[in-house]
Design a protein around this ligand. Structure first.
Ligand code: HEM
Length: 407
């Protein structure tokens, strides 16, 4: 019961920060149409949005699911897990105003200038390591199987991604001038965090719900190509004028490897769920298929579809993070609480798909001249829908107080 309360409370906090981060994204869109008050800069709003989504949405929720997986067989781990997850949330929240008003810049305080956003980001990563230390302490007692293998890999990728982020922090502090290395490190972090941590932990959550039975190929095909391929795909984030042929070939090879691993997982999940597919898993798995298609197109035809081009990059990131990953969290919640109301979830799913379709249309796939004059007003209005739907979903989670332990 104690963990049930923690589970619900971390869900509510994370979802509240999802709403705040989503509204910050809406503010960015509004800022492209009208003048914003005060000294708010669009680039800082974008940093505030993406960091809050990373620190307080796609990190604490997978950690919560990993913790719930471990505490089933090691109940005494609850307190330590709870401490580190709340610390991640607290530090992420503390970084938000600094990103919003100052970006990566230093803030004058007394006689000193301190880059608080960078400092809090560093502390968040230290809290990640704290969580991982607790996991390593108790992991041997958890149920062996695919879920645990994917959680292991996801946490490894979290550590590897953090190495890129420390590199970025060194550049920020040291004011070092090397645009290629600086963007390479940023995109190394972004790509390993997104495909490694977010996607692999989501796979772990899905596998923890199912019994996959006998797999007709070696298990390593599910994970190996992703773990090897992901770190190689970082050049996709680099703008094309900074790119060399070697980097391009590396990225394409990495994208193809990752696609092979994703296809193997998609096949296994579809085969296992075939008997009792719910509509929400159908949506989540179709979004995974969309990610694979984009990645394959980027890997095979990099000169036709450049994932690093701004509009395409924003579309691709949101298909993974807002589409596949976020809807996967909601799907897990609704799978575990089958008696909860579905209306809010349907609205949320619709709003996310609608926004993704509009982002796809603005990604450069369609010539700019084909957009109607009011397209960006529509995109701004549509970007508000997931925040509104998430408020409704928050109420559903808040009102749902299970009477017995669901773990
Ligand atoms: C809930 C609805 C969301 C809205 C309305 C939204 C909106 C936005 C907007 C307006 C931008 C800037 C676009 C541009 O530069 O042209 C952006 C960028 C970004 N968003 Fe979102 N977003 C949402 C969800 C998410 C989620 C769930 C995540 C991650 C978990 C996320 C991560 C990012 C990242 C990483 C960037 C790129 C940041 C950069 O390039 O510095 N977003 N989003």
């Amino acid at each position: 019961m104690a963990f049930d309360r923690t589970y619900r409370s971390i869900w509510l906090w994370s979802l509240a920060f999802f709403i705040l981060a989503a509204l910050t994204g809406v503010l960015y869109r509004l800022g492209m149409l009208v003048d914003l008050p005060g000294d708010l800069a669009l680039s800082n709003i974008r940093h505030a949005h993406s960091h809050l989504m990373f620190f307080n949405w796609v990190t604490p929720l997978p950690m919560l699911l990993i913790a719930s997986f471990v505490v089933r067989s090691a109940p005494e781990a609850i307190r330590a897990f709870r401490f580190w997850i709340y610390l991640v949330i607290g530090l992420g929240a503390a970084s938000f105003p600094f990103f919003l008003f100052y970006g990566y810049q230093s803030v004058p305080i007394a006689d000193a200038q301190l880059p608080f956003s960078v400092i809090f980001s560093g502390l968040v990563m230290v809290a990640w390591y704290g969580f991982i230390a607790v996991y390593l302490k108790y992991r041997s007692r958890s149920r062996p199987g695919l879920a645990r293998i994917f959680y292991d890999a996801a946490l490894l990728m979290l550590v590897i991604s953090s190495l890129g982020a420390w590199g970025v922090a060194v550049f920020q502090f040291g004011e070092i001038e090397n645009p290629l290395l600086s963007t390479a490190l940023t995109h190394f972090f972004l790509t390993v965090f997104t495909h490694g941590w977010c996607v692999l932990s989501a796979f772990g959550m899905i596998y923890s719900l199912m019994d996959v039975g006998k797999i007709p190929f070696h298990e390593s095909w599910l994970l190996g190509p992703i773990v090897i391929g992901v770190p190689l795909t970082f050049p996709f984030g680099i703008s094309i004028d900074l790119l060399t042929n070697q980097l391009l070939i590396t990225a394409s090879f990495g994208a193809l490897l990752v696609s092979v691993g994703l296809i193997a997982n998609l096949w296994l999940m579809t085969r296992t769920m075939r008997e009792n597919f719910t509509w929400w898993w159908l949506v989540v798995l179709n979004l995974l298929a969309a990610v694979i298609l984009l990645l394959l197109a980027g890997g095979l035809f990099p000169f036709m579809l450049w994932i690093g081009e701004h509009g395409m990059r924003i579309f691709y990131l949101h298909v993974i993070l807002l589409g596949f990953t976020s809807l996967c969290y909601f799907a897990i919640w609704h799978t575990r609480h089958l008696q909860a109301s579905r209306s809010a979830f349907k609205f949320l799913t619709f709003s996310i798909l609608f926004l993704l379709i509009l982002l796809g249309l603005s990604s450069g796939l369609l010539p700019a001249g084909w957009h109607p004059a009011w397209f960006f007003e529509l995109l701004t209005a549509a970007s508000f829908l997931p925040a509104a739907a998430a408020c409704w979903q928050w109420l559903v989670v808040w009102r749902h107080r299970p009477h017995q332990d669901t773990f």
